[in-house]
Design a protein around this ligand. Structure first.
Ligand code: MN
Length: 503
C-alpha cells in the first residue's frame, strides 16, 4: 500500500484538518499511540524534560530513552490554565501524518514546497486568535516568569527557555522577513536573551538596526501549525536572506499562513499561535546568559551536550504577551528526535534540490540521520546508471556540503540500500567500503559551533573552534564491479497466504 494514501486516509478518517496546534493535537489524539497526557502536577523546572526523556525523546538524548508519543502536561505547578505540549514532531512517521506525506518522501515534499512558495497574508484583528488575552509589559504586575511555564530542561540550565518560539523579524531596509527558531532564555520580568549562531538572517537584520542605533521589532509565536515549525528550519542557500520561510509552510498546506499585526510593535505574528511574545531587540545591550543562576551552562543542544552559557547575548525587551484562552505552551528537548526531524528534513530537501539540479535522476533519496541531530550526517542514496557516473556520487557529496554548510559527514550508498535502516547502511560500509580508497577528507572547513570535537585541542588541523574535517564515506560499489555485488535474491511469495494479518 502506498503510504502517501495511508497518511491521507488518517486525516480523512479522523475528519480533522491540521491548521494550528490544537487541531494537530486533536488529530494525533484520534490516532492510536500518537499522544499521551497527564493530569498529575508537574514542575516546569527540569521535571517536564526529565519525564519526556523516557516517554519519547530519542535522538541524541542520553540513554535510556526512546522515540515515543507526543505528550501533554495538563497540570503545571503554579500555572493554572496553561498546558505544556512536547514532542509533536518527534517521530518521522508522525511528521508524515501531520503533513499528509509518506515519511520517506518528506524531503521531496519540502523541496517542492520551497520551489513553489505561497507567501503569508495579513488578516484582521477578528482573526487574531493569538490576541484573545493581552498582557502589556507596561502593567507593573506583568511578569514573563509567572505568565509562561517556560521549562528549564535540566537542573544545570541557565534559566527557563522558550525552545519552540517562531522568531519573526524584518529587514529594516527592504522590509523582507525571516522566521527561525532560536534559543531564548527568560532573564527578568520583561527580558529574554537570544542566541543567534553566526550567519542567521534575523541577526543580519539585528546588526543593521543596531548600526542605525535602533531597536529591531521581533515577534515570537509559540504553538503553531507543525508545517510552520518545519518550514522555519530552512537555512541558506536554499532559503537566502530575504526569503520568508513562512511561504514554505504556505506551500505545504496549499494556503497562505495568516498573520496578525502585533499590538505594541511594528511587526506581525502568526494569527493562530497559542502564545505571542512581542518585543524589541535592543541596540548595544548584552546580557550574560546565566546571570541569574551562574551555572556556566545554557541548555541541552542538538548534538547531545549542554552548551556553555554565552557571556554576551543580545536582549529582547518584551512589550507584551498575548495568547489564546487557556493557552498551550509548546516546547521541545534539544537533543531529541524532534530536532532531527525539524533540522534534518529541510536539510534533506536542500540536498535533493541542489543535487537534483546539478545531475537530475541520480540522487534517489537522502536521510539526515538521527545521530547527527539532523545536521551532521547525511546518507545519500545514489544510482550510477552508466560508467561515466562513477565519481559523480562524490560530486553529489560535495554539492551536499555546499547545500547545507553545517553538514559534517556524508555516507554514500547504492540504490539497493535502505537509507532509513542504519543496519543496512552499516552493511554497505562493511561490504562496499575500503577505508584507504573510499574515504575523502576535506579538512579546515567551517561547520557548526555546537560540535564539541571541533576544537584545536582535538585535532591539529583545526585552527579555530567551529572548523571541522568534513568527510565522505563512499560505500558505493565501483560501477565496473557492480555485477559482483548483487544481494542474495529470494523467491517472491505472497506472505498473506500464510499470515493473513501480515502488514
Ligand atoms: Mn532565513
Amino acid at each position: 500500500m502506498n503510504r502517501v494514501t495511508e497518511g491521507n486516509l488518517d486525516a480523512v478518517a479522523s475528519g480533522i484538518a491540521v491548521t494550528d496546534l490544537r487541531s494537530a493535537l486533536q488529530f494525533l489524539a484520534s490516532l492510536p499511540g500518537e499522544l499521551v497526557s497527564t493530569d498529575v502536577e508537574i514542575d516546569a523546572n527540569a521535571e517536564i524534560s526529565g519525564v519526556y526523556r523516557h516517554v519519547g525523546a530519542g535522538g541524541t538524548c542520553m540513554r535510556p530513552t526512546r522515540k515515543g508519543p507526543a505528550m501533554l502536561f495538563n497540570n503545571v505547578k503554579g500555572y493554572p490554565g496553561v498546558r505544556v505540549a512536547i514532542g509533536l514532531l518527534l517521530t518521522r512517521q508522525r511528521v508524515g501524518r501531520l503533513l499528509g506525506c509518506a515519511p520517506e518522501r518528506l524531503g521531496f515534499l519540502l523541496k517542492d514546497s520551497v520551489q513553489h512558495p505561497v507567501p503569508p497574508v495579513t488578516v484582521g484583528a477578528d482573526r487574531a486568535q493569538c490576541q484573545e488575552v493581552v498582557h502589556l509589559a507596561s502593567d507593573p504586575a506583568f511578569d514573563l516568569r509567572t505568565l509562561l511555564p517556560a521549562p528549564t530542561n535540566t537542573p544545570d540550565d541557565a534559566g527557563p527557555y522558550v525552545t519552540m518560539g517562531m522568531c519573526y523579524a524584518s529587514d529594516p531596509d527592504t522590509g523582507e522577513s525571516d522566521i527561525t527558531i532560536h534559543r531564548l532564555c527568560v532573564q527578568s520580568r520583561d527580558e529574554l536573551t537570544m542566541w543567534l549562531t553566526p550567519g542567521r538572517h534575523i541577526d543580519a537584520f539585528r546588526q543593521k538596526a543596531e548600526a542605525a542605533g535602533k531597536p529591531l521589532p521581533i515577534s515570537i509565536s509559540i504553538g503553531v501549525d507543525p508545517a510552520i515549525e518545519m518550514a522555519a528550519c530552512f537555512e541558506p542557500p536554499t532559503t537566502p536572506l530575504g526569503f520568508d520561510e513562512l511561504s514554505v509552510a504556505g506551500a505545504i498546506r496549499g494556503r497562505p499562513v495568516e498573520m496578525a499585526r502585533c499590538l505594541t510593535i511594528d511587526e506581525r505574528a502568526i494569527a493562530h499561535a497559542e502564545v505571542v511574545i512581542e518585543g524589541e531587540l535592543l541596540p548595544d545591550v548584552r546580557l550574560r546568559e546565566d546571570q541569574n543562576t551562574h551555572t556556566g551552562k545554557a541548555m541541552p543542544e542538538f548534538p547531545g551536550y549542554t552548551g556553555e552559557a554565552k557571556a554576551e547575548l543580545p536582549v529582547i525587551k518584551v512589550k507584551a504577551v498575548t495568547h489564546r484562552r487557556n493557552p498551550i505552551l509548546q516546547t521541545t528537548i534539544g537533543p531529541s528526535e524532534e530536532h532531527v526531524n525539524m533540522a534534518g528534513i529541510p536539510t534533506e530537501a536542500s540536498i535533493l534540490d541542489m543535487v537534483g539540479r546539478a545531475m537530475p535522476g541520480r540522487l534517489q533519496n537522502v536521510y539526515a540521520h538521527s545521530s547527527g541531530g539532523g545536521k551532521f550526517l547525511a546518507i545519500l542514496q545514489f544510482r550510477k546508471a552508466s560508467p561515466v557516473d562513477e565519481g559523480r556520487q562524490r560530486q553529489a557529496a560535495l554539492l551536499a556540503f555546499s547545500s547545507f554548510p553545517e553538514l559534517k559527514h556524508v555516507i554514500l550508498v547504492d540504490e539497493d540500500v535502505d537509507i532509513f535502516d542504519t543496519d543496512d547502511v552499516l552493511w554497505a560500509m562493511q561490504t562496499r567500503y575500503q577505508g584507504d580508497v573510499s574515504t575523502v577528507f576535506i579538512p579546515g572547513v567551517r561547520c557548526h559551533p555546537l560540535d564539541p570535537s571541533q576544537t584545536p585541542a582535538f585535532s591539529p588541523s583545526i585552527l579555530q573552534e567551529g572548523m571541522s574535517c568534513k568527510t565522505i564515506f563512499d560505500c558505493t560499489v565501483p560501477f565496473h564491479l557492480k555485477t559482483q555485488f548483487r544481494r542474495s535474491q529470494f523467491l517472491e511469495v505472497d506472505v498473506k497466504r500464510f499470515l493473513p494479518d501480515f502488514a
